[in-house]
Ligand binder design. Structure first.
Ligand code: N01
Length: 540
């Protein structure tokens, strides 16, 4: 390996969420000198910030966890099928303590800039605490849902009550008792918090712009017997998840929905609806591929919503229309629709009557004023690219990543982008990411980066960079795969539509977790096909 200048580290990892901690564990184990910088004073990423009432994972706990340590798998006891935010945060803290990860994490430190030094093949990094830090490699483990989006409404400063954002939830308890609460947004965050807050607030107004689909979570406590059975079969379950389209630990149905007669189809959908949560979208293999199959699912879900919501006007407003089921990421809920049968819950249609302004006493829409003591923004994130593009990342020739990605996040394998050597991105655009159980790809990415750096060190190479032709082909492949699906038929964050002015391109990779892993393995087996690896003279 090239002799490193004094004070240079091997790898700077940005972010101490699931991805950053896995990268730290894995790369440090190889003997690499790693440091993590984390903007918060705690590990956990989104699970540290999204502490709103009702926050849970929509992937089953046993699958939404690391598979790299058998001991960890066996010792951790999940209590519910879908873990609450606090339990997931406890798990991540446990991992950080068990593997002594905290000693290599610099907390309360935000990445401000990273500049590539072409002659020396390394990065100079500045942070909110100063710097510079020099690192051979930078790993962006900043998450896809970590730059909260808060739309500006006129008059916000005049509102006299409390204001919160789901993704910047305070650590102190928030009291809803006797209050008039307004929630703006009905994505997963709004859907999860609605029934919980409804039970406490005097009155709850849910301001909905787009009705999206939601699937019942079917929560359950995990008994000791279930825990033991799952742990006994963990290797097979992990293998199943790794080889599935979505990284979930159950066997997906390979049949087309159109193959089954209506009565059988009804039974299959009913079973999946009552058990699989997010996996309902895989009840048949072509639900997200074939419009006719999707239409039948839309009819099924519309019926389910109709059974749950008593008031016909509210029912119609809550019924999603105009896009395929699953093309916007569906929520997984616990009695969301049922909450609208309560006397103290009101649905406010802000598509028909948009918000005009915040007033001292609440929110005024085109239909009138809604008096409120508290307003909660559940308005989501600048997804996929928001947190990667927040710092100034400056690559070859002084080109910034923001400039390079002005038409969309062009990259190779979702891991690397031409012009930015020795920079890796974990579970971002161009990888299965939010289309899957992100833990599976997180572990695949950490292992891939480890293998690549280890191989470079063994061959005394300094620099790795995605080749322009490989990047172009990957972008084309990602687009082609998305065109085989129904995802592009909705306006959604998958397509970059959540932030005005963002490039309208399909962001994640829809070829499935298994297909994606196979590609990574092929790239590795073919001596890092698509990457240029070099020795850089001045780096010696
Ligand atoms: O954000 P979202 P989220 N005026 O973008 C509305 C993960 N997650 O935080 O659709 C009025 O889904 C917006 O309306 P519209 C999961 O991947 C997981 O809820 O743009 N409304 C929408 O209703 C999820 O998909 C869990 O018309 C505005 C809402 O705000 C992702 O995070 C739990 C508006 C935003 O929905 C994001 O979920 C929570 C405006 N100007 C989150 N701007 C789990 O269960 C936005 N909205 C694991």
């Amino acid at each position: 390996m090239t002799k490193m200048p004094k004070d240079m580290i091997d790898v700077l990892i940005v972010g101490a969420g699931f991805a950053g901690l896995r990268a730290l564990y894995t790369l440090r184990k190889e003997g690499l000198n790693c440091r993590v910088i984390e903007a918060s004073d705690e590990v956990g990423g989104v699970w540290n910030y999204n502490r709103y009432p009702g926050a849970r994972c929509d992937v089953e706990s046993y699958d939404y966890s690391y598979g790299f340590s058998k001991e960890l798998e066996q010792e951790w006891r999940w209590t519910e099928r879908y873990a609450q935010q606090s339990e997931i945060l406890d798990y991540i803290r446990h991992v950080a303590d068990k593997f002594e990860l905290r000693k290599d994490i610099e907390f309360s430190t935000r990445l401000e800039s990273a500049t590539y030094n072409e002659a020396a093949a390394n990065w100079t990094v500045t942070t909110s605490r100063g710097g510079p830090i020099t690192a051979r490699f930078v790993v962006m483990a900043v998450g896809q849902l970590s730059k909260p989006k808060k739309p500006d409404f006129p008059g916000e400063a005049h509102f006299q009550g409390e204001v919160y954002h789901s993704a910047l939830w305070p650590r102190h308890p928030v009291d809803f008792i006797g209050k008039r609460v307004g929630i703006i947004g009905t994505g997963s965050s709004g859907v999860q918090m609605t029934p919980v807050i409804a039970e406490k607030a005097a009155h709850l107004c849910v301001f909905q712009r787009t009705a999206n689909y939601s699937i019942p979570a079917c929560h359950a406590h995990i008994s000791d017997a279930e825990d033991a059975a799952i742990k006994a079969g963990y290797p097979a379950r992990r293998e199943q998840a790794r080889n599935s389209p979505s990284g979930l630990g159950f066997i997906p149905n390979k049949k087309s929905l159109l193959e089954d007669p209506p009565d059988v189809r009804e039974q299959v959908l009913e079973r999946a609806w009552n058990r699989l949560g997010f996996g309902f979208a895989l009840a048949y293999h072509d639900i997200l591929l074939n419009e006719e199959a999707n239409d039948r699912v839309v009819e099924f879900v519309h019926r389910k919503i109709a059974e749950k919501v008593h008031d016909p006007v509210v029912r119609e407003k809550l019924t999603p229309r105009g896009f395929p089921f699953g093309a916007m990421r569906p929520s997984v809920d616990h009695r969301f629709y049922e909450a609208f049968n309560r006397d103290n819950v009101e649905l406010v249609d802000i598509k028909e009557h948009p918000i005009v302004e915040f007033t001292a006493n609440g929110i005024r829409t085109k239909a009138g004023e809604y008096p409120l003591d508290m307003i909660i923004f559940a308005t989501g994130f600048d997804v996929f690219t928001g947190s990667i593009l927040a710092p100034a990342i400056i690559g070859r020739g002084g080109v910034t990543l923001r400039e390079k990605w002005s038409d969309g996040p062009a990259n190779y394998l979702g891991l690397s982008t031409t012009g930015f050597p020795n920079l890796f991105i974990m579970v971002g655009p161009g990888s299965p990411s939010l289309l899957s159980n992100v833990l599976v790809s997180t572990e695949d990415h950490a292992d891939f980066i480890r293998d690549m750096i280890t191989d470079m060190n063994a061959r005394d190479l300094d620099e790795v960079e995605a080749r322009p032709d490989a990047e172009q082909k990957w972008v084309q492949h990602v687009n082609e795969r998305s065109q085989e699906t129904l995802y592009p038929k909705a306006r959604s964050y998958y397509m970059g539509d959540e932030v005005p002015g963002k490039p309208h391109v399909f962001m994640p990779y829809s070829g499935g977790v298994r297909g994606y892993r196979r590609i990574l393995h092929k790239v590795m087996a073919n001596q890092w096909e698509g990457f240029d690896m070099r020795k850089v003279d001045d780096a010696n």
